[in-house]
Design a protein around this ligand. Structure first.
Ligand code: GTP
Ligand code: MG
Length: 250
């Protein structure tokens, strides 16, 4: 196994919960209610992963801040990536926003097949240039659209499994940290579909592919709470973090 690097989330409490940050050669998933900070963490990781010694930056993170050093690939299925959000986050970390943005390869996916093809293209790119982070926000959204009919669940899960095994291969082959967001499932209740913020979508196929599953929820004001939902080497503890103009913080 290649040497695993941990990428800081921007919050010391969250990093401690995760044993130092999100790790390379692994898949970290965040699910939870809307506006709980899943996408904001994605934006913060885009910056914090771009660390020292890569030669691209005027300003560099001190080693003590443990960035991951390398390029970032961002697959956006919901159209919620905001390049202008990267600017204050980069400034907070003392980095040049333009240089940080230049280092993020961004793609919007419109169907699950498109999402899969983007991954194939990225794998080719990663064999040529050093990448440290792959973001998929969200992993499941397009599957829900493209396999929405009755009786399509089995095929959806099969295709999802194929996509996830491709992602696992990318994580391990290129020593990349994968951060993916997931949605919560909607159960029929009282004649209506009600979302359950404690149930991640994707069933067993997703559960088995992911290394570290995190559940996010809203706290007071800008506070958010992250709970370790399932991870082989982490206690089922919680951490409180904040969403700030400079990204995820304590
Ligand atoms: P869904 O994708 O809807 O499921 O939600 P999510 O979990 O991805 O939520 P997201 O990460 O988008 O968090 C949204 C929250 O982040 C908002 O409610 C704001 O509180 C906060 N936020 C978003 N943009 C900014 C910003 O520019 N500055 C600050 N301080 N907070 C922001
Ligand atoms: Mg989001």
């Amino acid at each position: 196994r290649k040497s695993v690097v941990r990428v800081t989330t921007g919050s010391q409490a969250l990093d401690e919960l995760l044993g130092g940050g999100i790790e390379t050669s692994a898949i970290t998933e965040a699910f939870g209610e809307f506006r709980s900070g899943k996408t904001q963490l994605a934006h913060t990781l885009c910056v914090s992963t771009q660390d020292i010694n890569c030669g691209y930056f005027l300003f560099q993170l001190p080693t003590s801040m443990r960035g991951g050093n390398g390029k970032v690939a961002y697959i956006d299925t919901e159209g919620t990536f905001r390049p202008d959000r990267i600017v204050p986050i980069a400034e907070r970390f003392g980095m040049d926003p333009g240089a940080v943005l230049d280092n993020i390869i961004y793609a919007r996916a419109y169907t699950y097949e498109h999402q899969y093809n983007l991954l194939l293209g990225l794998a080719a790119k990663m064999s040529e240039e050093p990448f440290r982070l792959l973001i998929i926000d969200s992993i499941i959204a397009l599957f829900r659209v493209d396999f929405s009919g009755r009786g399509e669940l089995a095929e959806r899960q099969q295709r999802l499994g194929q996509m996830l095994s491709r992602i696992t291969k990318i994580a391990e082959e290129f020593n990349v940290a994968v951060y993916m967001t997931n949605q919560v499932i909607a159960d029929p209740g009282g004649g209506m579909f009600v979302t359950d913020p404690k149930k991640p979508a994707g069933g067993h196929v997703l559960a088995h592919a992911v290394t570290v599953r995190l559940m996010f929820r809203k706290g007071k004001g800008e506070q958010r709470v992250c709970k370790v939902f399932d991870a082989p080497n982490l206690p089922e503890a919680e951490a409180v973090f904040q969403i700030t103009p400079g990204g995820i913080a304590d």
